[in-house]
Design a protein around this ligand. Structure first.
Ligand code: PGA
Length: 255
């Protein structure tokens, strides 16, 4: 069984003070929750303080981006080893906002995925089509290209440990969620690509999240789908109460 993974992507929100307050409230609201992995991905400036507050809580820490080189003259960038040192287990890579505003390509995402794995970080690899691509029937072609590009050259055992996030760009921050059925269809399609490229064991183990306007009210319906193994949550992860609700609504029923 794949354990659901709910990650909060805070984007460029929250000062250190706000982040610390969030963690205190969120820990309280999720005390006793089991069967779901929780991850907070604050901005770089809040990582250290959040890491400190999360110690021993079982809630994991993730970063939102990183450079692919171990170190070097790359002003303004953060290296994978720096994220490990500070306590990150996960790193979001290839988010559509990185692709759209910072020119990230599949090739670049692939370099970052490999660098993350080399440094013991688990990538949350984001893929997803834009509205015009969906409307012109290109969803599968786009998602296939992104998945194949991001994971090129990886071994099956590396893919097995990954998290992939399917995030249709038209659903991010818009309040327009993909229906649970539409999301399931693309998540299953992603798993079929992974099966073809990396075999059954990797495809059955990899966790595939859905992201895009996930809220307390739609989380359970999404999570009930067989190929949706969690959520990558933006806006609704900024509020401790609403993010805790999403986590609780994603917990397996038998827990
Ligand atoms: P949203 O963002 O939940 O605000 O739509 C999701 C994401 O960008 O990861």
């Amino acid at each position: 069984m794949r354990k659901p993974i709910i990650a909060g992507n805070w984007k460029m929100y929250k000062t250190v003070g706000e982040a610390v307050n969030f963690v205190a409230a969120f820990k309280e609201k999720t005390a006793g929750v089991s069967g779901v992995e929780m991850v907070l991905c604050p901005p770089f400036t809040a990582l250290a303080a959040v890491a400190q507050r999360l110690a021993g809580s079982g809630i994991e820490l993730g970063a939102q981006n990183m450079h692919w080189q171990p170190e070097g003259a790359y002003t303004g960038e953060i290296a994978p080893g720096m994220l490990r040192e500070i306590g990150c287990k996960y790193v979001i890579l290839g988010h559509s906002e990185r692709r759209q505003y910072f020119g990230e390509t599949d090739e670049l995402v692939n370099k970052k995925v490999k660098a993350a794995l080399e440094h013991g970080l688990t990538p949350i690899v984001c893929v997803g089509e834009r509205l015009e691509e969906r409307e012109s029937g290109q969803t599968e072609a786009v998602v296939r290209r992104q998945v194949e590009g991001a994971l090129a050259g990886l071994a099956s055992r590396q893919v097995a440990g990954l998290v992939v996030a399917y995030e249709p760009v038209w659903a991010i921050g818009t309040g327009r969620t993909a229906s649970a059925e539409d999301a399931q269809q693309v998540n299953a399609f992603i798993r079929s690509i992974l099966r073809r490229l990396f075999g059954d064991d990797a495809a059955d183990a990899v966790r595939i999240q859905y992201g895009g306007s996930v809220k307390p009210g739609n989380a359970a319906g999404l999570m009930a789908q067989p190929d949706i193994d969690g959520a990558l949550v933006g806006g609704a992860s900024l509020d401790a109460a609403s993010f805790a609700e999403i986590v609780k609504n994603s917990a397996p029923a038998e827990e």
